[in-house]
Ligand binder design. Structure first.
Ligand SMILES: [Zn+2]
Ligand SMILES: [Zn+2]
Length: 282
């Protein structure tokens, strides 16, 4: 369990913050998430991060790919740029010794979901051809417009098409809820996870992004909220405690400020840990 943390001031600094939070999991961007261009990671910096991480209490490090990627688009120039950047992300994650790259899928924009899925499958194949070690996790989306990943069936089709056991799914609770998968009660969480298991396969759920949602079930709108304070509310405690997810890492992507204070990560992690112990949040 841990949080998405900033690497401002250097990659190793994120490990310091994770340690201060008592986190055993960490997710980072290795570059500005809304820019195509990135400074290369130099070898010494990567080695310093790997050393620092291996000496820390971290058991899981994920890299989140930039937001600009569209792996489903039929715009050839954008597609090519997206795939090349995804390959870069995989290489950067490998240099840092991370376990995986998490990516959004993108939108087919009218070309149709089948064609979009086929393009994502090809992109995944090219990204994984560059290294053996890294897993590629496809994130559930809020499912608005023509964005892929809002339906479990779409994720299943991509995972099947990729036919590589390094491909898995990152289950974002806010996105899944916004896409219409209810998580507000223990029963709803059970039904949603059973549906995931039937459609995609439970072992393919390799990471949970634990976020509350600012908007209602099925809204299609992606805005993360502090745990227990959004439209999912105490149902997130049932997610944290769910036996099917006992061995899955959890990364919080909750907002960084709370009621004007800057200890939001502490507060949200405490909520999640209390939930795991069986106390309903904090
Ligand atoms: Zn994401
Ligand atoms: Zn997420």
């Amino acid at each position: 369990m841990g949080s998405h943390l900033s690497v401002a001031g250097g990659f190793a600094r994120a490990v310091d913050t994770a340690e201060r939070l008592g986190a055993s999991a960490l997710q980072v961007f290795t570059r500005a998430p809304s820019a195509w261009r990135a400074r290369p990671i130099d070898a010494a910096e990567a080695a310093a991060f790997r050393d620092r991480a291996s000496q820390s209490g971290l058991r899981f490090v994920a890299v989140h790919a930039i937001y600009l990627l569209n792996l489903a688009t039929s715009d050839e120039a954008l597609y090519e740029r997206s795939v090349v950047t995804l390959v870069e992300e995989v290489e950067r994650a490998a240099a840092l010794g991370a376990a995986c790259v998490v990516t959004h899928l993108g939108a087919h924009r009218g070309a149709g979901p089948e064609q979009g899925i086929e393009r994502v499958v090809r992109a995944v194949g090219r990204a994984l051809a560059t290294t053996r070690r890294i897993q590629l996790l496809l994130e559930t989306s809020a499912g608005s417009g023509t964005t892929l990943g809002g339906r479990f069936e779409e994720l299943a089709a991509i995972v099947d098409g990729a036919a590589d056991d390094r491909v898995g799914v990152c289950f974002d609770t806010c996105h899944a809820f916004a896409a219409g998968y209810d998580l507000r009660t223990r029963r709803a969480v059970d039904a949603t996870l059973r549906g995931f298991g039937r459609t995609v396969g439970r072992p393919l759920l390799r990471l949970v992004h634990l976020n509350d949602s600012a908007f209602a079930l099925g809204s299609g709108r992606d805005r993360h909220e502090h745990l227990g304070r959004g439209a999912i509310g105490s149902g997130l405690a049932a997610v944290v405690r769910h036996p099917a997810l006992a061995d899955v890492p959890f990364v919080l992507e909750t907002p960084k400020t709370l009621d004007g204070r800057d200890d939001a990560d502490e507060v949200n992690l405490r909520w999640a840990r209390n939930a795991r112990r069986g106390e309903e949040g904090s």
